[in-house]
Design a protein around this ligand. Structure first.
Ligand SMILES: Cc1cc2nc3c(=O)[nH]c(=O)nc-3n(C[C@H](O)[C@H](O)[C@H](O)COP(=O)(O)OP(=O)(O)OC[C@H]3O[C@@H](n4cnc5c(N)ncnc54)[C@H](O)[C@@H]3O)c2cc1C
Length: 385
């Protein structure tokens, strides 16, 4: 491929963006303010995304999914996040909640779970605990084998879309005696109707208020033995490999939020008049816009390149995914803050979406590994050579 084509998405990706943008503007954007204000799940977005096949576009055709590649999946997440970050967590977390299974699960388990997600059910990912956030290997949730079942006990914390999802990828310690904690952790698929699975109360958050974040409890939660993903002891490695495939998608979410704020700011400065002219005519405003747009464009290239690298198994895929997530989320925070600034006092009110976008942007620097942890991952990979 020549360099010209290399830096241009294909027609299919462009057509996909057009279709998702149209759907997002017509069916998701009109509810975004209310979803945020009422802290309610964006049911309209879920219905619209399901109808169009965009709720879990990454599921392979073999499981009745759309078979979207990772760049296409990121375009879906980006375009939904441009109007409603909470709603963009539907496709993003459906990927996060199924990636362990896709990477390491048995064919029978894949058939059972992935076809349900393709048909409209949702999946969540349960790694974090109250005392095991960045230090994931210190988790305390236990899984013990009992005949032909696994019995889980413990509590997972901060689980996105918990209570809405049907399936949960759960990491738990199955061998507390393992020499290295990472080798003692296994991953399981737990269904909401499994006995002993309990959904806790909702967190009260700064942003992404339409996406419920809850604890989930396992009280002698009993699941069939074939719900383990891969072999015992592979769970944390699979969970960390999953994050390589999904951190750039959080980058895509951040990118969408930043693009939404930039678009709103460009429209506002052309309308708002001070000193007898549109504020867009002031060079101080123009320079801000130029810097915002530059960062958004740079983030877009990093996010798409990382998605492609991870999918084709490039050796620097993990680095690229962390770099894309870090740069795009820092960009989203900066660009949304600047957008509020460009709106002046109006930007600080709930009458305009930039205030919500600034609150929503913050989480992208925290979840799926904080940006400090991303920088550790990147530095380790650089120093390993
Ligand atoms: C809204 C929301 C949704 C979430 N969704 C999910 C989900 O669906 N599934 C899931 O499993 N988890 C989820 N999480 C959890 C999220 O991934 C963790 O919050 C995150 O990994 C950080 O862990 P922590 O909150 O325990 O912070 P801590 O680990 O306690 O970190 C506190 C601070 O210390 C810094 N820090 C920690 N260790 C180091 C270090 N070695 N070097 C430098 N700095 C360090 C951190 O960067 C941070 O600034 C979610 C969290 C939130 C808030």
């Amino acid at each position: 491929m020549d360099g010209y084509g290399l830096y241009q998405l294909g027609d299919e990706h462009d057509a996909l963006r057009e279709a998702v943008r149209d759907l997002a503007e017509k069916e998701i954007a009109p509810h975004a303010t209310e979803v945020d204000e009422q802290e309610r799940f964006p049911a309209e977005a879920l219905a619209a995304l399901n109808k169009a096949g965009f709720a879990a576009p990454h599921i392979a055709e073999a499981y009745d999914g759309q078979g979207a590649d990772s760049v296409a999946t990121n375009i879906v997440i980006e375009e939904v996040a441009r109007v409603c970050a909470s709603s963009s967590l539907i496709p993003a977390v459906n990927k996060l909640g199924t990636m362990n299974l896709i990477l390491g699960g048995s064919e029978e388990l894949k058939k059972q779970v992935l076809s349900q997600i393709a048909a409209g059910e949702m999946a969540s990912y349960a790694l974090s605990e109250r005392e095991a956030g960045s230090d994931t290997a210190s988790m305390r949730t236990r899984a013990r084998q009992d005949g032909d079942h696994w019995v889980l006990n413990g509590t997972k914390c901060w689980i996105t879309n918990a209570g809405e999802s049907s399936w949960y990828t759960v990491m738990a310690v199955s061998n507390p005696e393992a020499a290295k904690p990472v080798d003692g952790i296994s991953a399981f698929m737990v269904h909401k109707d499994d006995p002993g699975f309990v959904v806790g109360s909702k967190e009260r958050k700064l942003g992404i208020k339409g996406s419920p974040t809850r604890e989930i409890h396992f009280e002698n939660c009993t699941i069939p033995e074939d719900r383990i993903i891969g072999q015992p002891g592979q769970g944390l490695r699979l969970a960390l490999r999953t994050l390589d495939h999904t951190r750039h998608s959080i980058g895509a979410q951040a990118l969408g939020i930043a693009q939404g704020a930039l678009d709103a700011a460009v429209a506002y400065v052309k309308e708002r008049k001070q000193f007898g002219k549109a504020i867009a005519e002031f060079q101080g405003i123009q320079f801000m816009l130029a810097d915002m747009a530059t960062k958004v464009e740079a983030a877009r290239h990093l996010v798409y390149a990382a998605a492609a690298k991870v999918e084709r198994g490039a050796p620097d895929g993990s680095f690229a995914s962390s770099a894309a997530k870090t740069f795009a989320s820092d960009t989203a925070m900066e660009v949304t803050t600047d957008a509020v600034q460009l709106f002046g006092g109006a930007g600080y009110t709930r009458d305009f979406p930039v205030e919500r976008m600034m609150r929503d942007a913050k989480i992208t620097q925290i979840y799926e590994g904080t940006n400090q942890i991303q920088r550790l991952v990147m530095a380790r990979s650089l120093l390993r050579g």
